[in-house]
Write a protein that binds this ligand. Structure first.
Ligand SMILES: [Zn+2]
Length: 439
């Protein structure tokens, strides 16, 4: 920490970031990037980060991809962190996840150019949240702070705990009811102080905001939110680069608070402004659980306003009933001609199983939601057979296996040749895909 404080006073090494200021889209107010605010003092709306795009376009061309880091900072021109020392303490192994040609899943769904953006392999926390939390922790270090809090449905907490540990700052994780046990245990094992609050995510989020205002404690996904959200753009940058600087016809993304899909939209817009790729024809579709679908419902009803809901779904990481960035998602989806879809809990678990059985990727219920909605979009003709389609898988299923209503574990058998031959024969005649008992 001493070195960071010293670096910020004189001779501070700067990143190549072209971020210029904080802006409010509602009243067009501008604030200095250094000002520690997260919502517009005039209207209360969340703040966005503005960039010098002419400068970014020049800097973007100066360094070829082969010389850029294979992590979340790969396109740092379009990220908000300016202090090189703060940046170097976090996210060095985050993001830059594989884009997998999902030929077997595609064959099931009638899509020949289907790709999975597999953020279930991101480091350190096996979820897309590494992208956004890397920005929060770097910003925290820029501000010279030593403590960070977060409110989490699970994946943010794990990312905060891991990245705070590496950065040498204390982490406090507040999580609501109905969090998968493994996620809370992972936060603790990573050294964070963890406490559960009685209430759902939206209630916990409101209470944490009050806690932040009362104490001045920074919260990774509340007070640092303008910076946090920018990290989600990196998913769009990587997808387009991995497709050879071609933007896909469709991106299917899960939606909870709305950060990912709205910032994927922003990232695509920026790539086009920089002349890196034509991205304006890309449609964004969002997937939500039937038990918590305020954004998808608004999109399908063509309403601009979100009606908050009380979540009731097994997809706990998508259980945000009052999505903060929901209005941005509606704008992005409708501008791009996409749509919203939702899936029931049985469909979500069937989606998990389908992805696992065809692509060998084990995802959590958020990923199952994405696959279930992808399947519906294909079945309803929203995706043409030859269209290039990217589905974003945001989290790893290892953290949520306890929630998966799999069949009972088979009885133990004798460790002896004849018994095992009989077991093998039984496997071979059990049919190709056993029908799930939870359907
Ligand atoms: Zn404002």
């Amino acid at each position: 920490m001493g070195s960071i404080a010293a670096a910020s006073s004189e001779g501070k090494a700067r990143t190549r970031s072209c971020a210029t200021e904080l802006i409010c889209h509602r009243c067009d107010n501008h604030y200095p990037l250094e000002q520690p605010i997260f919502s517009c003092p005039d209207c209360g709306k969340g703040l966005d980060i503005a960039y010098d795009y002419e400068l970014a376009a020049r800097r973007f061309r100066e360094i070829p991809g082969s010389e850029r880091p294979e992590n979340v900072w790969r396109f740092e021109e379009l990220l908000p962190i300016t202090d090189r020392h703060a940046q170097a303490r976090t996210g060095q192994f985050a993001a830059y996840t594989p884009l997998i040609h999902a030929d077997r899943l595609g064959a099931e769904l009638g899509l020949s150019n289907l790709y999975i953006k597999d953020d279930s392999t991101s480091r350190p926390s096996l979820s897309y949240k590494d992208r956004v939390v890397a920005m929060s922790i770097a910003r925290l270090l820029e501000l010279g702070k030593r403590e960070v809090g977060c409110v989490s449905t699970g994946n943010v907490g794990t990312a905060v705990a891991a990245m705070a540990a590496k950065a040498g700052v204390a982490a406090y994780v507040f999580y609501p009811d109905h969090l998968e046990d493994m996620k809370a245990r992972a936060c603790r094992a990573l050294g964070a102080k963890v406490c559960q609050v009685q209430g759902n995510y939206d209630q916990a989020n409101k209470a944490c905001r009050q806690l932040a205002e009362t104490t001045g404690l920074e919260f990774a996904n509340i007070t640092l939110r303008p910076f946090y959200a920018e990290g989600a753009k990196t998913a769009a940058f990587e997808i387009v680069e991995q497709l050879g600087w071609r933007s896909p016809d469709h991106i299917v993304s899960p939606a909870a608070g709305g950060t990912l899909s709205s910032r994927v939209h922003k990232g695509l817009v920026e790539l086009q402004m920089l002349g890196a790729a034509q991205t304006d024809a890309t449609k964004i579709h969002i997937a939500q659980p039937s038990g918590c679908n305020p954004i998808a419902s608004a999109i399908l009803a063509e309403e601009a306003e979100i009606r908050a809901v009380t979540p009731e779904t097994a997809a706990h990481s998508l259980a945000i009933g009052a999505p903060g960035d929901g209005y941005l998602v509606i704008d992005a989806v409708l501008k791009r001609g996409g749509t919203g879809g939702f899936a029931s809990d049985p469909e979500i678990f069937a989606g998990i199983d389908l992805l696992a059985a065809t692509e060998g990727i084990l995802t959590e219920p958020a990923g199952g939601t994405t696959i279930a909605v992808l399947e519906k979009l294909a079945a309803h003709g929203k995706l043409a057979p030859d269209d290039t389609v990217v589905a974003i898988i945001t989290g790893n299923g290892l953290k949520t296996l306890d929630e998966h209503p799999a069949k009972p574990w088979p009885a133990k058998i004798e460790c002896e040749l004849d018994t095992m031959l009989a077991a093998l024969e039984a496997f071979r005649h059990a049919g190709e895909t056993p029908s799930p008992e939870y359907a």
